[in-house]
Every structure is written in C-alpha cells, then in structure tokens.
Design a protein around this ligand. Structure first.
Ligand code: C5P
Length: 237
C-alpha cells in the first residue's frame, strides 16, 4: 500500500512498490509569505510537472546528477528516494526579491558574478539565512558536501541561463534542493519550475514566475503556460 510520507506546500511524496523510488504529486496550491497566503490555481500542478520534467531531462542530458526518473502522468513523476539535505540553495544573477529588499537596492541590479546563498529549510523557523560553517556545525552538510552542492549549482546556472536566454527569458535567480543517495552521492532533487525561480521576459521585463502570485500581478496559469510553450518549442514535447 502506497503511503504519503510528506505533504509540502505544492507537492506530496508517496512511497511506491520499489523502496528506492518515490512518486511525486504536484498540487494546484500556491503559497506566499512562508505559507501564510494560500490559493488553489487550476492547472498549476500540471504545468509545474511538465516544466520541471523538461528541465530535469535537459539537465540530466547535460551530465547533472538528479533524482528524476520519469514523468508518470499529468501531475505525477517518479523520483529516486534520497535523504533531502535541509538547505535551500539560492543563486542570483540579478538582484531581486529579498536580495533587493534586504540590501536596499533596485531590482535588476547586475552582478559581476552570481551571488550564492544558503538558507536552512525549516518552516517553523521561516527558512533562516545560514552560512557554510553554521551548516557544518549543525551537521547539515560538511565542507566537502557543500563544495559539491555549489559545483552542481554553478553548472545548473550556466546551463539554464543559456537555455532560458534562448527562449527570451532572463534567469534572475533560483532555489535548488539536494539529496543524498544511499551510497552518499549528492544529487539534485525537488523541482525546477517558475515556483522556485525568477524569470523576466528579456523584451518586456514582464515577470514570468511566482512573483505574479506573490505580488498580485494577474493570473498565474497563463504565465506558466507561456513558459512551458517556449520551453517546449525549444526542447520538444
Ligand atoms: O525570496 P528570495 O528573493 O530570497 O528568493 C530567491 C529565489 O529563491 C526566488 O527564485 C524564489 O522563487 C526562490 N525561493 C524558493 N523557496 C523559498 C525561498 C525562495 O523557491 N522558500
């Protein structure tokens, strides 16, 4: 019998007959303000599953180790079972969101090299900022593991910044999560969708990501649909 082992804000994780594999179910829930604002957005689960599938397949094809196994249905995928490292690994190419508000700079500030930040993944503590020595002190990830995490993140940034640029989008920033396999390998986990990155249209500067929901800028589903359309045109269905 399949058991639900985790219910997150936008996804559920279920066991499968194979103990090495899990089934991910993408839901239509959108949240902001660390879950304080919630809404159901018809079609969102399906869109994120499709977008994340295209991105993870693209990353795997370019040598990034990931948990992704296959898309199962419109809203479900199969992934390798890993132990999630409770870090939110954020890379920023342009200053936006909390970077802009925290440091009092205008959104769109260009960096000479990407900014890298770690946050401790904890709903109760509202995901506090965490540096590498704090992560090591708390036994969350050691220096070698953090080095591997940043190596993979930098490759992901290069691959995806180029990919999105080819479909007219700036990859402003994004959050990754990593997991450890039974053999200790660190691989990319979670999802990659407009829920956890910022994408700005290069021509119109329009927000093409969850900021549309966070900032009440209009309907989210047609925006995600457009991101999917552009990626599909580039990568195939
Ligand atoms: O809010 P902030 O500017 O720090 O977000 C940086 C990036 O990380 C954004 O792309 C945002 O969507 C993502 N993020 C996330 N989950 C969080 C916090 C941030 O996906 N809990």
């Amino acid at each position: 019998m399949a058991k639900m082992i985790y219910a997150g804000k936008a996804k559920q994780l279920w066991t499968t007959d194979d103990e090495q594999l899990l089934r991910v179910v993408y839901t239509n829930q959108a949240t902001a303000l660390n879950g304080k604002r919630k809404d159901q957005i018809s079609g969102k689960g399906e869109l994120n599953n499709q977008i994340s599938t295209l991105i993870f397949e693209y990353l795997s094809a370019h040598g990034i180790p990931t948990h992704f196994v296959k898309k199962l249905s419109a809203t479900e995928e199969i992934v390798k079972r890993v132990k999630i490292i409770p870090l939110e690994v954020v890379t920023r190419n342009l200053g936006a969101g909390h970077f802009a508000s925290r440091f009092g700079v205008k959104e769109g500030l260009k960096f000479s090299q990407p900014v890298e930040e770690l946050y401790y993944k904890s709903d109760e503590l509202a995901d506090p900022f965490m540096n590498e020595s704090q992560a090591a002190a708390l036994g969350i990830a050691n220096a070698e593991e953090i080095k591997q995490i940043w190596e993979i993140s930098r490759q992901v940034n290069q691959l995806l910044s180029s990919l999105f640029a080819e479909v007219g989008l700036d990859l402003v920033d994004f959050k990754l999560e990593f997991g450890k396999t039974a053999t200790g390998e660190i691989i990319l986990a979670d999802e990659f969708s407009p829920d956890n990155c910022r994408l700005w249209d290069q021509k119109t500067k329009q927000h093409m990501d969850k900021d549309v929901f966070r900032r009440d800028l209009g309907d989210l589903a047609p925006i995600y649909q457009e991101v999917l359309r552009r990626l599909t045109t580039k990568l195939g269905a």
